[in-house]
Design a protein around this ligand. Sequence first.
Ligand SMILES: [Fe+2]
Length: 350
Amino acid sequence: MSLRSIISKLIPQKVKDKINIKKQKSFFLEGYNDFLVTGKTSQDAYMTLINLYCRTNGRFNEIMHKKLAALNPPAVKKEGEGLIGKLNEKDFSNINETLKKDGYVSFNKKIPAEIVKKLYDYALKAPSLAAPLYDKKIVYDENNPVSEIYRFDIQDLVNNSDIQALIMDESLINVARNYLESEPIFDFPAMWWSTCFLKEASSEAAQLYHFDMDRIKWLKIFIYLNDVTPENGPHSYIKGSHQTGTKPQHLLNRGYVRISDKELSKEYKKEDFITICAEAGSVFAGDTKCWHKGTPLKKGHRLALEFEYTTSMFGSTNPKMEILNCSDAFKKFCKDNERYASNFSFNNKY
Ligand SMILES: [Fe+2]
């Protein structure tokens, strides 16, 4: 046995872990500085973020987030009417407290039925990308599904005028602003059909429990565009599991992987497993650091729209979203909210 391995054996594992985390933090900071210069996150730096999240049980993300939030303080909070109602400061504060405690909050007010119908009709006609290859766009045929999930192209979504109107909604932005304690960046929209094509839980369709880690901190807004019952794939999450230091460390030690219901049921109380069944137009917000999944469908389909708001674009690298068509109102909104709109790029004509 070499002297090196003898010394290594004498060092307690806890001390080794501390040294390792320290090394990773300095590697992360190098990667973050590169990101500030280039606007791009290297794959290694992104992997280090995920690893540090797992090793520190979320503490590293919170520390980084506090620093970033201090650099980009929230704009003056605007009261007033929006998609989720006419909310005052107290209402927003209650929403924020629920998010901090539970990780999710459902809003009482639904989005108008005519917007739901327009988006639903759009999704029935517009081509989308089907799993597992996502290589060509096809129109979803509800009578003949060929995949468990059909994802719409982000570029198509950001150029849809109804989605642009939702992106501008001040009430949703204010929820993100409060939760992120900073002026948010609109990260991306997503919309997808989940179907009952497969008879078992699909990892591809995120139907096994997992946590997201695209960014340092983020908030998602979900809008159901059809009625969601226990049969057609309700979103499920484990209440409070986004909180720093609360995930079972032995599960985090496995890294960024999917975990079975059975294993998680040994770790959390039954009443903390929440399933969101709600009517078309229902809106809820979630910090998807919580363990979450889409429940596998028994029949029918589910159409969901999702927005992500973030403190920083460090993390998973996607090209900027190119706006090719928009209203004057959207153009003005983006000019007035430069940071929020910084992940859009505008065609020359704007
Ligand atoms: Fe997810």
